[in-house]
Ligand binder design. Structure first.
Ligand code: NAG
Ligand code: NAG
Ligand code: NAG
Ligand code: NAG
Ligand code: NAG
Ligand code: NAG
Length: 516
């Protein structure tokens, strides 16, 4: 009798505790502001660039944990954005390549995305700028001002326009919220709007025919003063290209400053997690569309009003953009099961991890950390599937379509830097590049790099006897990740994956005898 009465009291008490805890959690809204650059890299003071002026990003970095080893899971716009919003690599969410026009890629219709799950949990969602993912049913935002119904220049590069849209969203009384600001800066624009310059660096600068962006103070850079990364050739064409990119990065930086001021003015600085990153590598040779570090390493700052322990510090923990979904679920206190349950396919589980613990403390042992990547296409003509695992010391890339030349996209092809490399190569002149165009096009099936001794990834050690053990170890881990993420390419290119009929319960890779 007595013990059961006690149990009842205890049960009542714990129900009461749960309700109180829930109410407290509810009373205190937890919001998120996710800021994404388009093809943005490390042209930021906080990352050691002394020339490109980015005072606003530097100030954000001071209030953030600065990620030194953050990587995208794919170096291509739509696939990266889909992975960012679903927590699943492109082969798992279905966005194999670019979304727009003839490229026509979409995520699978049953996929759960951040905007979808947050909406279900009563969180108001907004996107301003470049969306570039679909279908709408998978990525539904309550407030959407994107390229789908607007000029991408206005919603992605006009920082005054973007500021006013952010104000409209933030001034709405309903909370909690998730606001995703996807700048189109510092993407190239020579391919679509050559009248504004290679990086749209003249758009809105007040010159005749360029219009005016009232909040923008353009900063111009001299080609001979820029800081060249090792993977860009030291030629005048490339230097002018980078100088134009810096001007656009500085516009992005001023845009970030305006948005953070809006957040402050709407009195949400104290309840909003702010994340800054970029979708893929910069649009230069060896950058975007590559799985070399120059293509996948991303800037990342996370500033939390509730985690002040490591502000201004640097983390070297290996981080993936696939970690953003688990991080936001953790922040909003939404269970992973709630996230996955709407997926019809059971195996579409998340492989990322919440980054919130990192905001408090660096892990004691990071030796077993690894990040993964999966690339299939950029433009529809650019079929070049690659899979990758990167640890602190090594990187293994599997070039599945290794007999084909590495493809070049329309936008990058027209860039002065690439045209210069191409012209010089054709004319047998020195390209001043760190590899030849032929080496760039022609890649072996497996590339293994010892990043400690070869950070530029020039010396493929896969055939060395001494590499055999690490090669096998990384291959096993990569295959496990491919299996965990339901990769249709898991047996490619030397076997066929059979998983239906007789093989339904025991999927197999059946040999093709096609190695020559
Ligand atoms: C905006 O564009 C999308 C995609 O093209 C379309 O589905 C939607 O109906 C449009 N919305 C408005 C308000 O025009
Ligand atoms: C403001 O919130 C209301 C109610 O949730 C919604 O109907 C409206 O579209 C929102 N406006 C903006 C700009 O988000
Ligand atoms: C940028 O947006 C502002 C505010 O909407 C507008 O006044 C201005 O003309 C726009 N600038 C350009 C270059 O389109
Ligand atoms: C490359 O060559 C083409 C054709 O000869 C020429 O139009 C272009 O200006 C050259 N580009 C560079 C960067 O030298
Ligand atoms: C590498 O291993 C192969 C096969 O075991 C052997 O024949 C060869 O001599 C080794 N090479 C070196 C440089 O040790
Ligand atoms: C692949 O995953 C399935 C579960 O989805 C598991 O049963 C199987 O053992 C895994 N195979 C490998 C090689 O990891």
């Amino acid at each position: 009798m007595r013990s059961s009465a006690l149990l009842v009291v205890q049960a009542l008490f714990s129900v009461f505790t749960v309700i109180t805890a829930q109410r407290n959690a509810k009373d205190k809204p937890r919001n998120v502001l996710l800021i994404l650059a388009d093809d943005g890299g490390f042209e930021i003071g906080a990352y050691g660039n002394k020339i490109c002026q980015t005072p606003n990003l530097d100030a954000l970095a001071k209030n953030s944990l600065i990620f030194n080893k953050a990587f995208t899971s794919v170096s291509s716009c739509s696939p990266s954005r889909s992975a960012l919003l679903t927590g699943m690599p492109s082969h798992q969410n279905g966005m194999y390549g670019l979304h727009q026009a003839e490229n026509h890629f979409d995520s699978f219709s049953d996929i759960t995305s951040l905007p979808k799950i947050l909406k279900e949990h009563g969180i108001r969602t907004g996107i301003i700028g470049k969306k570039h993912v679909g279908p709408e049913s998978v990525y539904p935002f309550d407030f959407a001002v994107t390229e789908e119904n607007n000029s991408i220049l206005q919603v992605g590069r006009n920082i005054t326009h973007i500021k006013l849209l952010a104000r409209e969203f933030l001034n709405n009384a309903t909370e909690p919220f998730f606001l995703y600001i996807a700048f189109h800066d510092p993407h190239r624009c020579g391919h679509t709007n050559p009248e504004f310059g290679e990086f749209c660096q003249h758009f809105g600068n007040g010159d005749t025919g360029m219009g005016l962006i009232p909040d923008w103070q353009p900063i111009y850079y001299q080609p001979d003063e820029i800081q060249l990364p090792y993977y860009i050739p030291d030629t005048w064409a490339a230097r002018e290209d980078v100088a134009a990119q810096y001007t656009t990065v500085s516009r992005l930086d001023q845009g970030v400053g305006l948005i953070l001021q809006e957040l402050k003015d709407s009195r949400h600085s104290d309840d909003t997690l702010v994340i800054y990153s970029s979708d893929n590598g910069i649009p230069f040779p060896n950058g975007r569309t590559n799985l070399y570090d120059s293509g996948i390493a991303e800037p990342m700052f996370i500033s939390s009003p509730l985690h002040k322990e490591r502000r201004g510090q640097v983390t070297n923990s290996l981080t993936s953009l696939l970690d953003i979904v688990p991080t936001l679920l953790d922040w909003y206190d939404i269970k992973h099961e709630d996230f996955s349950k709407t997926n019809l396919v059971e195996s579409r589980a998340l492989t990322g991890k919440s980054l919130l613990p990192l905001l408090i403390k660096e892990p004691d042992d990071t030796s077993s950390e690894a990040v993964f990547a999966s690339h299939n296409l950029h433009e529809v003509t650019m079929y070049y599937p690659m899979r990758m695992i990167r640890t602190h010391r090594y990187k293994l890339i599997h070039n599945i379509n290794y007999n084909s030349p590495f493809p070049i996209d329309q936008d990058f092809y027209l860039s002065p830097t690439f045209q210069d490399i191409l012209n010089r190569t054709k004319n047998n002149q020195n390209t001043f590049w760190f590899k030849t165009l032929k080496e760039y096009y022609k890649r072996p099936e497996w590339e293994l790099f010892d990043l400690k001794h070869d950070p530029e990834e020039l010396n493929n050690i896969v055939k060395k006897n001494s590499s055999r053990e690490i090669f096998e170890e990384l291959k096993v881990k990569l295959l496990k990740w491919q299996n965990d993420t339901n990769d249709p390419w898991i047996c490619s290119p030397h076997a066929v994956f059979e998983n239906k009929g007789l093989f339904k319960l025991n999927p197999q890779c059946l040999d093709l005898d096609n190695v020559w």
